[in-house]
Design a binder for this molecule. Sequence first.
Ligand code: PBG
Length: 324
Amino acid sequence: MLHRPRRLRRTPALRSLVREHRTPVDALVAPLFVVERDADAGPISSMPGVVRYTLAQCVEESKRLYALGVNAVLLFGIPAHKDAVASRNAADDGIVQRAIAAIEAAIPEMLTIADLCNCEYTDHGHCGLLDENGDVRNDETVALLATVARSYARAGVDIVAPSDMMDGRVGAIRRSLDEAGFTQVGIMAYSAKYSSAFYGPFREAAGSTPQFGDRRGYQMDPPNAREAMREIALDIEEGADIVMVKPALAYLDIVRSARDRFDTPIAVYNVSGEYAMMEAAFERGWLERERTIDELMASFTRAGADIIITYFAADYARRHGRGR
Ligand code: PBG
């Protein structure tokens, strides 16, 4: 007998009937940049279509996203003042704290996830507190993050997302939250976060480029795969509710291995550089926008991701979400 796999590809209805994976809009998380000083708001040149919002605009954008079917935002704050010890990060009147409270008040059903890191708040641009040699001090940074997490929790955050890659931070944050009574606040850990060139545009957006050195002493080395499984296992053991692989496109093998190995929900972060290269190609007419984005989302789901953090969230939701 001649096998004819083409039989099931003949019409849209047939293809849809046998489709193995779908990416629902409610699996998406939209990253949002919010500025403390209105003068810092505006477009980001390396990320066409992505904007640094004022507090009021950030609430409006959250409402638009929610209306489209996107149920979660990932917040990044850009403070008015940076210093060596990230003072504005743990301030209860800090920009992320205010954004969390404002979004929760305007759209109580929206999930607020706060990126938890110091690099946007330090003048040197590193993710933690430095020692006299300019190296990041692990344990002191972890203690600071645990304090910041409580401040985000007081503002009403649903989930904190530590992205610093310090050792032991998930356990410390969990303990800190629990001791303060915030047992319901979740942790989405950037578990396998690589030291990647694909974060370039984000650093323009957040003004968080390290002023000296790089992040290779704390973020993972791109050629390592087994180490990612170890990092994920540690974070789960320390109490992470959701683990993450980042970046996405060049690391889908890691997503697949993690899916096969762990039952915890897995998030993948389709990062700024991935967005920038696609947008550049769309702008030139080199790639077809809608088909490319849909194919990209399918690849994340097929690799095993449950949650997709993407700057394309609104675009995808406009075509596939509630508001379509
Ligand atoms: C903060 C952080 C970064 C990203 C998310 N959280 C930047 C970095 O580690 O340099 C990158 C997000 C993106 O590129 O879209 N540590």
